[in-house]
Design a protein around this ligand. Structure first.
Ligand SMILES: Nc1nc2c(ncn2[C@@H]2O[C@H](COP(=O)(O)OP(=O)(O)OP(=O)(O)O)[C@@H](O)[C@H]2O)c(=O)[nH]1
Ligand SMILES: [Mg+2]
Length: 365
């Protein structure tokens, strides 16, 4: 099952799963989504939030969490939760969920909740989205990871959307389609002729129930060239780049009559970096070249996480932050001088106008 929280979370969850449960503080935003499974309206104390969302303020999302807490905690077992980290609703509600999970007792792998997070492309998105994301990565997310009580965490990035100027619905479909390829791994094991190894639904659940970041990707595999180079060149452009994996899983599909022993070069690559993969090889009559779906589980500390996120921001964001700092310093100075100016004008004219009136007239209030 799928749960979508906030604007981005709701939209992507619906594309992936027509029966998704959607959570939002904004009735307007919920009503814009196609008819799906359950809709949960979270209630905020600030009445304006009910129509306008959390206005990029996670405090409002956190407040609204209290009204949906019980229902959500009863629903999340074994599901994937979609949320952006930049806005107020998705960030606030998902952060609260993660904080609660961080305090939970041991959760069996089948009941673990996976999180698919949409990170902003800081170069081109408002600064609030970046600030909210930094706070989310540093605090609730890293606490939950340390506690080991979540399933896999997918860090999607809006970088490609902005750099390639993609339509939002098109980009959301790319995220959903990409996840579908990964999630099809156990089904392909059921349906296709097995040549080596085996990944059943339980193996897959166990793997996706591990509390690590999941970078998955898939590509046509050329057995004539080194696997490591191909993996590097075919990183999933929708996800943040992976680190050295702790665990991996792969499904290799070969055409009818294809040679399943090309598997050993891939195994050798992973053994070389001290990882023993969970894997299987199947025969797929619908393809003409070998095709691999591979997932790397890796771990990051908060500082490294920020570093990964900053990699996609870099120079432009630094310039933006510097600019806003300079503005911050300049503003009070400007205000002071305007007040002084008004006081001087009042004095000079010697009439009944007080400072406030002068300021009003020159459009400062
Ligand atoms: N990929 C993708 N990103 C989106 C979409 N909608 C919003 N975003 C991104 O999500 C972040 C904003 O979060 P939203 O999900 O809109 O915010 P929210 O959780 O509804 O919170 P509020 O609107 O502040 O109440 C920004 O980084 C947007 O670029 C979408 O449909 N697809
Ligand atoms: Mg919203």
């Amino acid at each position: 099952m799928t749960i979508g929280i906030g604007g981005a979370g709701g939209k992507i969850a619906t594309v992936l799963d027509p029966g998704a449960t959607l959570v939002n503080v904004s009735e307007t935003e919920l009503n814009k989504l196609p008819e799906t499974g359950r809709r949960i309206l979270a209630v905020v104390h600030d009445a304006r939030g009910q129509f306008r969302g959390s206005r990029k303020n996670p405090v409002i999302g956190r407040d609204a969490y209290q009204s949906v807490r019980r229902e959500l905690l009863g629903l999340i077992q074994g599901t994937t939760v979609f949320s952006s980290t930049g806005g107020g609703t998705g960030n606030g509600i998902t952060a609260s969920l993660l904080e609660e999970l961080a305090k939970a007792e041991d959760i069996p792998p089948v009941d673990k909740t996976r999180f698919a997070l949409i990170l902003p492309f800081a170069n081109m998105e408002p600064a609030e989205f970046t600030r909210n994301t930094i706070d989310f990565l540093q605090n609730p997310l890293s606490a939950a990871i340390d506690s080991g009580t979540t399933g896999n965490i997918f860090l999607f990035s809006n970088r490609l959307k902005f750099e390639s100027r993609l339509r939002e619905d098109r980009f959301n479909a790319m995220i959903a389609d990409s996840l579908k390829v990964f999630e099809a791994v156990p089904d392909k094991n059921d349906e296709l002729v097995l040549l080596d190894g085996h990944i059943d639904h339980e193996d897959f659940e166990l793997f996706t129930g591990r509390p690590y970041f999941n970078h998955f990707t898939y590509f046509d595999y050329d057995p004539e060239s080194p696997f490591g180079d191909q993996l590097e060149a075919n990183a999933n452009p929708l996800l943040l780049r992976p680190e050295t994996p702790i665990e991996t899983l792969f499904l290799l599909e070969v055409p009818s009559g294809g040679d399943p022993t090309i598997l050993y070069d891939i195994l050798a690559h992973f053994i070389g970096i001290d990882v023993s993969p969970v894997y299987s090889v199947v025969e797929n009559p619908n393809i003409t070249t070998p095709f691999i779906t591979v997932s790397l589980l890796y771990s990051r500390k908060p500082a490294e996480l920020l570093d990964d996120f900053n990699h996609i921001s870099e120079a432009h964001t630094r310039a933006k932050v510097k600019k806003s700092l300079e503005q911050h310093v300049a503003l009070p100075r400007l205000e002071v001088s305007m007040t002084k100016e008004a006081a001087r004008a009042t004095k000079e004219r010697g009439d009944a106008d007080d400072v406030l009136q002068v300021l009003r007239r020159i459009g400062k209030l």
